[in-house]
Design a protein around this ligand. Sequence first.
Ligand SMILES: *[C@@H]1O[C@H](CO)[C@@H](O)[C@H](O)[C@H]1NC(C)=O
Ligand SMILES: *[C@@H]1O[C@H](CO)[C@@H](O)[C@H](O)[C@H]1NC(C)=O
Ligand SMILES: *[C@@H]1O[C@H](CO)[C@@H](O)[C@H](O)[C@H]1NC(C)=O
Ligand SMILES: *[C@@H]1O[C@H](CO)[C@@H](O)[C@H](O)[C@H]1NC(C)=O
Ligand SMILES: *[C@@H]1O[C@H](CO)[C@@H](O)[C@H](O)[C@H]1NC(C)=O
Ligand SMILES: *[C@@H]1O[C@H](CO)[C@@H](O)[C@H](O)[C@H]1NC(C)=O
Ligand SMILES: *[C@@H]1O[C@H](CO)[C@@H](O)[C@H](O)[C@H]1NC(C)=O
Ligand SMILES: *[C@@H]1O[C@H](CO)[C@@H](O)[C@H](O)[C@H]1NC(C)=O
Ligand SMILES: *[C@@H]1O[C@H](CO)[C@@H](O)[C@H](O)[C@H]1NC(C)=O
Ligand SMILES: *[C@@H]1O[C@H](CO)[C@@H](O)[C@H](O)[C@H]1NC(C)=O
Ligand SMILES: *[C@@H]1O[C@H](CO)[C@@H](O)[C@H](O)[C@H]1NC(C)=O
Ligand SMILES: CC(=O)N[C@H]1CO[C@H](CO)[C@@H](O)[C@@H]1O
Length: 555
Amino acid sequence: MRLNVAALVGAVSLVSAATVPPYTGTIINGERFPTLIDVTLEDLNTGLESGLFTSVDLVTAYMDRINEVNSTLHMVTELNPDALSIAAEADAMRANGTILSPLHGIPILIKNNIATADEMNNTAGSFSLLGATVPNESTMAAKLRKAGVVILGKANLSQWANFRSSNSSNGWSAYGGQTYGAYYPGQDPSGSSSGSGVSSSIGLALASLGTETSGSILSPSEVNNLVGIKPTVGLTSRYLVIPISEHQDTIGPMARTVKDAAYLLQAIAGPDIAGDNYTAAIPWANNTAAAPDYVAACDYSSFAGKRIGVARNVLEIYGQYTDAPVLSAFEEAITQIEAAGATIVDANFTAFEAWQTDGNETLVLNADFLSGLANYFDSLTYNPYDLADLAEERNFTRSFPAEDYPERDTAVWDGALEQGWNNTDPRFWPAYQANLFYGGEGGILGALERTNTSAVLLPTQLSPSIPALVGSPVVTVPMGFYPANWTVTMNSIDTLVSTGPQIPFGLSFMGRKWSEAELIGFAYAYEQRTMHRNEVQPYLVPNIELADVVALKAS
Ligand SMILES: *[C@@H]1O[C@H](CO)[C@@H](O)[C@H](O)[C@H]1NC(C)=O
Ligand SMILES: *[C@@H]1O[C@H](CO)[C@@H](O)[C@H](O)[C@H]1NC(C)=O
Ligand SMILES: *[C@@H]1O[C@H](CO)[C@@H](O)[C@H](O)[C@H]1NC(C)=O
Ligand SMILES: *[C@@H]1O[C@H](CO)[C@@H](O)[C@H](O)[C@H]1NC(C)=O
Ligand SMILES: *[C@@H]1O[C@H](CO)[C@@H](O)[C@H](O)[C@H]1NC(C)=O
Ligand SMILES: *[C@@H]1O[C@H](CO)[C@@H](O)[C@H](O)[C@H]1NC(C)=O
Ligand SMILES: *[C@@H]1O[C@H](CO)[C@@H](O)[C@H](O)[C@H]1NC(C)=O
Ligand SMILES: *[C@@H]1O[C@H](CO)[C@@H](O)[C@H](O)[C@H]1NC(C)=O
Ligand SMILES: *[C@@H]1O[C@H](CO)[C@@H](O)[C@H](O)[C@H]1NC(C)=O
Ligand SMILES: *[C@@H]1O[C@H](CO)[C@@H](O)[C@H](O)[C@H]1NC(C)=O
Ligand SMILES: *[C@@H]1O[C@H](CO)[C@@H](O)[C@H](O)[C@H]1NC(C)=O
Ligand SMILES: CC(=O)N[C@H]1CO[C@H](CO)[C@@H](O)[C@@H]1O
């Protein structure tokens, strides 16, 4: 599917042979076009403002790129049939001097559990929701549109955000098939925001939105060489997002740079009291003029004079299961952060060992899902199979052939249905209090307070679980890659490559609730000093570039 730029040159004389670098398709009439695998938002805005290309060109290029790799990677389940007309409208507004935000006319993909009130389906990857309709736009989609974003399509995911089976694989959904990562053939894309991760990593949109209950933004961000922001629960509205847990679910950006992720967070953060009253806890909920500026937080000197913790006891307990290249890259990162002006101290999670054998989180997630799924079904304006609750969903899934039961089981749901009580039951409260202890005083929040630190570091492989219990934020940044001679290891069902040569991994900054701006500052200061993302290219990159689209249009 590579567009032959040489042929275009012949046809329209846009490209002079003398100026074409070995990497073709980037210079036309002396103008350098950005390459979409590493373009930033600010680069795109420069091109849009100068008229080098339009939002329609961008949408066209991204759609061509999606179609080029989709049958190999299965990372996008639906394209937005309205994307081109929305882009045309954005272009007309720009021509007329109306620019809604820095994201005006920029294509973004969203995970297939965030509802839109348009032609696209919102299914969590299940056929039970194909054709279902929602009463409204999700607040996430509405905020993106208000910022002028072109919602390009829906990204594949681990089905039900990885809350169904004990024997499935990351990135598999009945509706979307098996997603693969682009850094190694057959790569486990991690999950559950698998398609969001793969798509952002190889430039199939500027960036994407993922959702996280425990690790679903952070983990696919790390293995796809991305920056991922898991916001404080309540910073981003869950209204009309298919839930797992109201106490743990959150929506956040997955992008190639910290600054792009910050721009996207700026657009989606904020109170939505009618749709999701957890957002009433945002400290500036009643005074949005006082909202932080996440983009301005991108400051190279953010580490100067700060105290940064390391959860040494977590490393000691989990270190034996963590690969040597990850551990050595982590120690190097600590040294670099110290050299950048921070004071490094131990910040141990004092109850981490006890938490290893505690089962309260499962009780909370089960209880929240029993309530949340029933409420989501109840909110639909069209419910194709009239499913009302998890028992009915399980019956559907077990009897609908494309759901691949029993090869992919329903063990997680079986546990929830056996538990039988939801989050209105008196047994919910003590289970949730246990979570708050293990994540709070005995976990990340206690460590921050006791050591008077601004953030705590861990390799991203070890970071999601404890912050998940209390809904506190984490930012992951590329930290390195498995070495080129690394021996491949497979996932538990032997279908995907979990670790292998040049597969990426990340560094996590964990902080207090609502401290995203500070974490973004640290992530940026680390990223700008290391720029690990650029050290390795994926094995599979689409060939079509923005320059090809513009050249073709001119012909
Ligand atoms: C994905 O690939 C298939 C097979 O090549 C193609 O038919 C389909 O239109 C593509 N879908 C998207 C969303 O690009
Ligand atoms: C310019 O934009 C304004 C505000 O959106 C709109 O009212 C007006 O009709 C537009 N004019 C043109 C020429 O598109
Ligand atoms: C949504 O699902 C319906 C099937 O119910 C399908 O006809 C339609 O094309 C899907 N929408 C998109 C944008 O793919
Ligand atoms: C539903 O969308 C409308 C705009 O179409 C908005 O005014 C309303 O607040 C939304 N409802 C909720 C609960 O967010
Ligand atoms: C928050 O909203 C939920 C419904 O989404 C409702 O059950 C609950 O009572 C509300 N809580 C408060 C404190 O308003
Ligand atoms: C915002 O105002 C409401 C109503 O007065 C109040 O219940 C809520 O606690 C306030 N939120 C914050 C973060 O101050
Ligand atoms: C943190 O844990 C490590 C490993 O268990 C231990 O060696 C260290 O002394 C602890 N640090 C503090 C300050 O307690
Ligand atoms: C939940 O936490 C309580 C209090 O720590 C503990 O007694 C109980 O055993 C825990 N439940 C499970 C299932 O681990
Ligand atoms: C939660 O469980 C109670 C008691 O069984 C039930 O009455 C209620 O409808 C359930 N809530 C939801 C949202 O399913
Ligand atoms: C179970 O699913 C089958 C097929 O979807 C349906 O015919 C049947 O009525 C369902 N049974 C229950 C108890 O929901
Ligand atoms: C991989 O290469 C490194 C250095 O290049 C070497 O130290 C290491 O032993 C090699 N590992 C394997 C498994 O060959
Ligand atoms: C829209 C889309 O790309 N769907 C693909 C998802 O993956 C399956 C295979 O796993 C393909 O058959 C679909 O075409």
